[in-house]
Design a protein around this ligand. Structure first.
Ligand SMILES: [Zn+2]
Length: 415
């Protein structure tokens, strides 16, 4: 074998009885194609895929795999792959060492593709490797599913979950995270939202070495359906409503007040952003102007916003007792502010919801888990949506969430 053939053989991980027979650059194609031909000597024996016993070849089928580019040239590998005739297992197609079963890429190509997919959207990686995104997704889904199947959830004690849409207005998925993990917290993601997802999570947990009875805390939102499901499914768990969801509830209420009011009244410019943003992060001058204008005009949106902003005072309570006292004061005061104005009905609804959830909200102050985890989920969702862009379905979105934020390690390792 010439030394250039050695180089190719090394790159492919070729081993006995396989050798590189020849290479040929097809310059009639654009970009040029490098074709590597791999084969075996006559009469070589191959291991039976079931028992490993050395067997004679029964027949051969020529197969081709896409391999890593050689400089700018696309590279293909072709080999006659035998079926062996095993006395115990009959006639079986063997496994080649450079590709996994059913794939039309070499392992090296797949590894390079997965390395790219960790860094950029799948569509961009597909362009860079000059394959269709559909084919690349098939590779990604295979490796992610295999890695997820191996996850060990035996240490999980406290979880939170939230739902989101793969695309705006599309079907929902529900994601469970481990509250004890700072990095890569995602444990489980499944299409749908509601009770059934909670039960599915318990099954998944127990299929991965976990124990539903060992779950001591579940953080969720204020939906009664979810909460009932958690009660039924995790018999030993206390339930916590995350503060994030309280703020979200009032933010949504302000927004729905603003939307109906905007149909009748001309709203100050920038009112929407100013009221959504509130005191989070620095208010710009134009936000302050918008808020002052809401106040001057005596608009219901301004009142709703003021109520929402008082939540900060509740959040700052240092102890559970203080939190309960502040939350009660807040609700009473908010109720007075919102009374009698039809436009503030959404805010009254939010107040009523929080009243029913006081105990679970106060539980937050007893919990040792960080409040930031669920908020962190949103940036994971955004990143996953971006990576799956152009090919977004619940399955591809979920795969990206796992790839970006589940403790699955290097998914290309160990076939
Ligand atoms: Zn056999």
């Amino acid at each position: 074998m010439s030394s250039s053939q050695d180089i190719f053989a090394l790159g492919l991980g070729l081993e006995e009885p396989w050798t590189l027979l020849d290479q040929h650059l097809d310059t009639s194609k654009q970009p040029h194609e490098l074709h590597l031909r791999v084969g075996t000597r006559r009469g070589a024996q191959f291991p039976c895929p079931t028992c490993g016993r050395s067997c004679k070849a029964h027949d051969f089928k020529e197969m081709t795999w896409r391999h890593l580019n050689f400089f700018q040239h696309h590279c293909y590998l072709t080999a006659p792959v035998p079926r062996v005739s095993c006395p115990d297992h009959g006639v079986k197609r063997i496994q080649v060492p450079w590709a996994r079963e059913g794939s039309s890429f070499t392992l090296l190509f797949e590894q390079a593709a997965l390395a790219l997919v960790r860094e950029m959207p799948v569509a961009a990686a597909a362009r860079q490797m000059a394959v269709t995104d559909k084919r690349l997704w098939r590779v990604v889904l295979f490796y992610v599913h295999r890695a997820v199947a191996r996850m060990d959830l035996s240490a999980v004690r406290a979880v939170a979950f939230d739902e989101t849409a793969a695309k705006r207005g599309h079907r929902y998925i529900t994601v469970f995270i481990d509250l004890d993990r700072k990095d890569e917290p995602v444990l489980f993601a499944t299409p749908g939202k509601g009770k059934d997802c909670v039960r599915q999570f318990r099954r998944f947990l127990e299929a991965h070495g976990g124990d539903g009875a060992a779950i001591a805390e579940v953080v969720c939102d204020m939906s009664a359906a979810f909460q009932n499901a958690v009660d039924e499914t995790f018999e030993n768990a206390s339930q916590t409503v995350d503060w994030f969801h309280v703020v979200q509830l009032f933010t949504d209420a302000v927004e729905s007040v603003r939307r109906s009011e905007a149909k009748q009244t001309k709203m100050p410019k920038g009112a929407r952003w100013a009221t959504v943003k509130g005191g989070d992060g620095p208010l710009k001058d134009r936000d302050r102007d918008a808020l002052a204008e809401l106040e001057r005009l005596g608009l219901a949106t301004g009142e709703a916003y003021k109520i929402k902003e008082k939540l900060r005072w509740v959040r700052k309570a240092a102890t559970p007792q203080a939190a309960r006292w502040r939350l009660t004061r807040f609700l009473n005061h908010a109720e007075e502010m919102a009374a009698g104005d039809e436009a503030l009905a959404p805010v009254r609804k939010a107040i009523a919801t929080v009243r029913q959830q006081i105990d679970r909200i106060i539980q937050r102050w007893y919990s040792t888990h960080s409040n930031a985890r669920l908020e962190g989920l949103n940036s994971i969702f955004q990143a996953a949506r971006h990576r799956a862009r152009g090919y977004s379905s619940p399955a591809t979105f979920i795969a990206m969430i796992y790839l970006l934020a589940a403790p699955i390690g290097d998914i290309s390792k160990s076939i």
